[in-house]
Design a protein around this ligand. Structure first.
Ligand SMILES: NC(=O)C[C@H](N)C(=O)O
Length: 331
């Protein structure tokens, strides 16, 4: 229909394409089973909002996605966003790593067109399945002019969240996706209600561009806890890792026996990023550890898994720790 916007759904799998043995199976089911054409056919309401077509990019649970998947998906999103006959893009995705993909896309795809990442907590076969409404909301936002230029967005549980801030915070409820800074808005009966806009750099203002990125460096995460040994750090260092994100305790604190190990990692040439395992709040530079002295970078308010994404992307441009810290403040 000529009057309607054109929205492409790129399907990658996850629970939104999941199927269980019975309607009471809300947690026990197989993810990544239902093909995208069937998802679209099951939601005839979409045809009143947009001309929708689907592409099956992957069919996996999101815990199994890799950097190669990220590159393929982002390059496809970028190519589609340049097509005159595409007004918006929706990516259906497993929820376990949805925030990582969404953040990668908002950092690397140069477009003002709406890009929405969406998943579900229950498979479509379950009672009170949440995928249909989440997908309907995603297509509505992707088809809206007022969603343009806001960076990659996530629609879950009636809310519109920014890719940068949102995270999976509950693993068993439909209200799973939250941001400590709050959602940007809500969708009710197919209408968007906006309340705020992101201030961090994304998409068109990003200095990173997926069209010129050919490979992502190895960046790994190590976790802080009582009695933690240096075994994991030693192994990552030996494997030639380019950066280690330390998911520290509290305000990114680091155990006294781990500090010299991370200092050695840095002096041997890899980057050390100090983040926190605490879900909310943010890490303050030179508090808890002397970052200036050790030449470490702090992750600001990014959780370890998002700090990893930004570090990989940033390292495609620079190894300079001052530049990396600037990037962490700005994105
Ligand atoms: N709710 C989900 O989508 C979880 C699933 N394990 C996935 O991330 O693919």
């Amino acid at each position: 229909q000529a009057a309607l916007p054109n929205v492409v759904i790129l399907a990658t799998g996850g629970t939104i394409a999941g199927a269980g043995a019975s309607a009471v199976n809300s947690a026990t089911y197989s993810a990544a089973k239902v093909p995208v054409d069937k998802l679209i056919a099951g939601l005839p309401e979409l045809s009143k909002v947009a001309n929708v077509r689907g592409e099956q990019v992957f069919q996996v649970a999101s815990e199994s996605l890799t950097n190669d998947n990220l590159m393929i998906l982002a390059k496809r999103v970028s190519a589609l966003s340049k097509q005159a006959d595409v007004d918006g893009i929706v990516i259906t995705h497993g929820t376990d790593t949805l925030e990582e993909t969404a953040y990668f896309l908002t950092l690397t795809v140069h477009t003002t067109k709406p890009i929405i990442v969406v998943g579900s907590m229950r498979p479509g076969t379950a009672l009170s399945a949440d995928g249909a409404l989440n997908l309907f909301d995603a297509v509505n936002v992707a088809a809206s002019k007022d969603a343009a230029g806001k960076g990659v967005l996530v629609t879950m549980n009636d809310e519109i969240q920014t890719a940068r801030d949102v995270a999976k915070t509950v693993n068993i409820k439909t209200e799973a996706f939250k941001s400590q800074w709050g959602p940007l808005g809500m969708i009710v009966e197919g209408k968007n209600y906006w309340f705020r806009a992101p201030v961090k750099r994304h998409t068109m203002q990003s200095e990173f561009d997926i069209d010129t990125i050919t490979a992502l460096p190895a960046v790994e995460i190590v976790y802080g806890y009582q009695s933690v040994p240096s075994t994991a750090i030693d192994a990552f260092a030996k494997s030639g890792v380019k950066a280690i994100v330390h998911a520290g305790t509290g305000n990114g604190s680091v155990a006294d026996r781990i500090v010299p190990v991370l200092q050695k990692v840095r002096s041997d040439g890899a980057i050390v990023v100090r983040s926190s395992r605490v879900p909310d709040g943010f890490v303050i530079r030179n508090a808890e550890q002397p970052d200036d002295k050790y030449d470490w970078v702090v992750a600001h308010d990014l959780r370890p898994q998002k700090a990893r994404i930004l570090t990989m992307v940033a390292l495609t441009k620079t190894n300079d720790t001052k530049e990396l810290q600037r990037i962490f403040w700005e994105y």
